[in-house]
Design a binder for this molecule. Structure first.
Ligand code: URA
Length: 212
């Protein structure tokens, strides 16, 4: 079996501080959303660290130069609905030209398996770096299912960006998709009996959209 891609935990002081504010149950919805956007910017910086570079001739006011620019097709950001949408703005602020896709999954209460209800992604996935965003990598069921669908649609260079991960979710992802690099702000203790990350921050979707 191939060695799984490493998990990158971004332990930058700004990320750590903002994440602690997000964990606090007293943090209001608007602040939670703003913090998520800010952390996502920092995590996206890390996940794009090794994007391929080419050079382009640029005329500065002083002279011509071969200036480094991003190579290849525009990358795609794919949000796993609905909580993934809270990370989209942060990624798009850093990479405004990225194409955007959405995967909607719900959990069948009998089989407990994720079922697809929406799938809309940019064309040419096979030639793009695909960054999948979902703040909470908990059981890993929906992330694995979303990546299954993206691979069926042609994607082969996929990275997964989340805010918090549970060791169970990381293991599940690394078993199912060892080629997918995971970037996160923290790996927490584990899941409780309801599949919530502990200590975590609660339901990310509810906290960012003010629902219960
Ligand atoms: N999804 C969430 O929003 N929170 C968790 O702790 C686990 C899954």
């Amino acid at each position: 079996m191939p060695k799984p891609a490493p998990v990158t935990v971004v332990e930058h002081p700004l990320v750590l501080h903002k994440l602690s504010l997000m964990r606090d149950k007293r943090t209001p919805t608007s602040e939670f959303r703003q913090l998520l956007r800010e952390i996502t910017l920092l995590l996206a910086y890390e996940i794009t660290r090794e994007l391929p570079i080419t050079s382009t001739l640029v005329e500065t006011p002083m002279m011509d130069m071969d200036a480094p620019t991003l190579a290849g097709k525009k990358l795609a950001v794919v949000s796993i609905l609905r909580a993934g949408n809270g990370m989209l703005d942060g990624v798009l602020e850093l990479i405004p030209a990225a194409r955007v896709g959405f995967v909607g999954l719900y959990r069948d209460e009998e089989t407990l398996q994720p079922v697809q209800y929406y799938f809309k992604v940019p064309d040419g996935l096979e030639d793009r770096l695909v960054i999948v965003v979902d703040p909470m990598l908990a059981t890993g069921n929906s992330s694995v299912a979303a990546i299954d669908l993206l691979k069926e649609a042609g994607a082969s260079d996929i990275r997964f960006l989340c805010l918090l991960a549970a060791p169970e979710g990381v293991e599940r992802m690394q078993t199912a998709h060892p080629d997918v690099q995971i970037v996160t702000a923290a790996v927490d203790q584990g899941l409780n009996e309801n599949g919530y990350i502990m200590p975590g921050l609660g339901d990310a979707g509810d906290r960012m959209f003010g629902t219960k």
